[in-house]
Design a protein around this ligand. Structure first.
Ligand SMILES: [Ca+2]
Length: 410
């Protein structure tokens, strides 16, 4: 069914592109693309999608708008670029027109996600044990007796790019993709968030004496660059396409340390697509210090933060959607410009979980995505109220437990 709809969707591109001559091309910046003065970008899914419904919808919209171009994003979710005119001159009017068709299940602006602001720690240059407290806390050294990771395991980091030449990352970064401009350039452009994430997954500097240490000594981090902006802003559909790209490459673990993504339908669709392609999406709970009433999503592993005494820091969001926690406060990692930094946030906790999932997969690479997700959630120490709770999910990550599950007769 999906393939048929995609074919029809491609047909629509050909039909409606005639009306859309002045639509901007993909070279525009993130902000320009999200809020183009002459066109608006709408993410949508049809009710009970079928080729006939897509035809009816496209025909109706062709009559009511100055021009519309439709492209598939992931699954049954499509992106429409609708040209504005006097009658439909703003985003709200276009959304109303979508809903008035009666064929649309949801329609939303193609908005922008941001990495949650990492909270700068007080001292950038910590003592040696402070650089690695998170690794001791999750009992990584116990797991390393069995495996220190494997270059065969790929982790896709959909983020602001990764500095591949950083002395502590060199050798652990593979070729990736830039979803914004379609180039192969995945180096950071004024934002070190992705480089900090990568260091927690697989910086090898500290393991050899100096610098930062990641959960894995060996791993292949694949940068999926979804932002060319210094502020880290990434368009929803570029983010979804990054996850889909990873699924299509057969990558088993995707790290998405961005706020606001959990309840975004196009990201949910991408998460579902990835799981159906045997991969797991690991995401951050967010740093707003609030409770979100999002339901638990079986296609996402959502991570909150803990500190060095296993408390929930004030920044870490809570709610039924939080699956587990991991150390997130004052984590020392690589940063852009060959530098290091010590920052806090659920982004970093997410990277610790992604790195740990890669470590688990290095021992048993034939685990299915469901088995891997289950193992991650089981490899926790319960915190807070007994059992799963909204602050800690299943508890705080514990790699010694993971090892016991993986090698029961050791
Ligand atoms: Ca609990």
């Amino acid at each position: 069914m999906t393939n048929v709809i995609r074919t029809v969707g491609a047909g629509i591109v050909l039909i409606v592109v005639l009306f859309a001559g002045s639509l901007r091309e993909c070279s525009a910046s993130t902000e320009e693309r999200a809020a183009d003065g002459g066109a608006v970008s709408i993410v949508f899914r049809l009710r009970s999608p079928s080729p006939a419904r897509m035809d009816a919808f496209a025909a109706g919209m062709a009559k009511r708008t100055a021009g519309m171009r439709v492209e598939p994003v992931v699954g049954d979710v499509y992106l429409a670029k609708v040209r504005l005119d006097e009658a439909l001159n703003n985003e709200k009017a276009v959304l109303n027109e979508f809903m008035a068709s009666g064929l649309v299940e949801f329609a939303r602006p193609d908005g922008i996600l941001y990495p949650p602001p990492d909270i700068a720690a007080l001292r950038a240059e910590p003592a040696e044990q402070e650089k690695t407290w998170f690794l001791t806390k999750i009992q990584a050294p116990v797991f390393w007796e069995k495996s220190k990771g494997s270059k065969a395991i790929k982790v896709l980091v959909c983020d602001t790019g990764v500095e591949s030449g950083h002395p502590d990352l060199r050798g652990n970064i593979g070729p990736g993709i830039n979803l914004v401009d379609g180039s192969a350039n995945t180096e950071p452009t004024g934002n070190g968030h992705g480089t900090r994430i990568a260091g927690l997954i697989g910086a090898r500097g500290g393991h050899t004496g100096t610098g930062a240490s990641g959960v894995n000594w060996d791993v292949t981090i694949i940068p999926g660059k979804i932002s060319n902006q210094a502020n880290g802003g990434a368009v929803h559909t570029d983010t979804a396409k990054c996850i889909k790209w990873g699924a299509d490459q057969g990558i088993r673990i995707v790290n998405l340390s961005f706020s606001g993504a959990v309840d975004e339908p196009v990201i949910q669709e991408a998460a579902k697509y990835l799981r159906s392609h045997n991969g797991v999406l690991i995401m951050s709970a967010g740093n707003n210090g609030v409770r979100n009433d999002f339901p638990d999503n079986p296609d996402m592993i959502v991570v909150g933060g803990t500190n060095d005494i296993d408390w929930k820091p004030p920044y870490s969001n809570t709610g039924p959607y939080v699956d587990l926690t991991a150390p997130g406060s004052a984590l020392y990692s690589t940063d852009a410009g060959g530098k290091y930094s010590k920052t806090s946030g659920t982004s970093l906790a997410t990277a610790v979980v992604s790195g740990s999932a890669a470590l688990m997969l290095s021992v048993k690479p034939n685990m299915t995505a469901d088995q891997l997700a289950d193992l991650v959630l089981k490899s926790t120490m319960d915190l807070g109220t007994p059992g799963r709770d909204e602050a800690f999910g299943a508890g705080r990550l514990d790699l010694k437990k993971a090892l016991e599950f993986l090698t029961p007769w050791r």
